[in-house]
Design a protein around this ligand. Structure first.
Ligand code: C5P
Length: 238
């Protein structure tokens, strides 16, 4: 059984546009002197069980990313494929490109979550091995409300018990055969999801959850680079 990792990194980062880092998509910004994408790739290369990491990028970024992988000497385990217009399409392209067996394991990780740690990656692989599919989820600390959106703001329709809520992070993984089936069914039905679990769930595949952490956040908005650097300083990782 082999373990593959897909890093969708073909986003254009529109939510960052209002901030001070508007020049580059989030995955190419630097955190503590190292590009976000390079940090994410390295995190998975630090796990000996990972056989290959496949990065999905825009065609126009392909050469730049390859050069970056060489510069940081990330080695032969890293491959670059072309992404698509949505995260789902980017992951689908990489999944189609994997030369893998149905029983192999594939993890998908947002390239913009550079602070993922080895222990969480290992836990996710173990959970996929045991259950067939698993994701990293962060227990909710806030009280969660379901709302109906109004022209201005929203009105609460119910309160969802927070013990029953986790916030979906990545990695999200499955046996290759299961994820391919979930992607094929989503494509047939024209379903667009924002993560792999939503595709697996609708295909009737049970997905386990392993604990995540606040540190494994998605660099999304202005201030997030500074937050990531703060966490790195705390860990003495610079
Ligand atoms: O912004 P979003 O939550 O969609 O980004 C999650 C991840 O998906 C990012 O790493 C981003 O680069 C990636 N993505 C992608 N292809 C797209 C859109 C997003 O690979 N077309």
């Amino acid at each position: 059984m082999r373990v593959f990792v897909i890093l969708p990194a073909a986003g254009i980062g529109t939510r960052m546009a209002a901030g001070s880092h508007a020049a580059a998509p989030k995955q190419f910004l630097s955190v503590g002197g190292v590009p976000v994408l390079v940090r994410s790739v390295k995190a998975f290369l630090d796990v000996p069980r990972v056989d290959a990491v496949c990065v999905a990028v825009r065609a126009s970024e392909r050469e730049r990313v390859k050069a970056q992988m060489d510069e940081y000497e990330l080695g032969a385990r890293v491959h670059v494929v072309e992404g698509g217009d949505s995260r789902q399409e980017s992951v689908g392209n990489a999944l189609a490109a994997l030369e893998s067996h149905e029983d192999d394991i594939v993890l998908v990780h947002d390239a913009v979550r550079p602070l993922i740690d080895v222990a969480t990656i290992e836990r996710t692989i173990d959970a996929v091995e045991r259950h067939g599919a698993a994701i990293v989820g962060l227990p909710a600390v806030d009280t969660i409300k379901q709302v109906e959106r109004m022209a201005e703001g929203a009105i609460i329709t119910s309160t969802i018990p927070r013990e029953r809520i986790v916030l979906a992070q990545t990695p999200q993984g499955a046996r290759v055969g299961l994820l391919r089936r979930a992607f094929a069914e989503a494509e047939t039905d024209g379903f667009a999801g924002t993560d792999e679990a939503s595709l697996l769930e609708r295909a009737g595949i049970e997905v386990a959850v392993v604990p995540g952490s606040a540190k494994n956040f998605k660099i999304t908005q202005p201030g997030d680079i500074e937050l990531a650097e703060f966490y790195l300083q705390q860990a003495g990782a610079r």
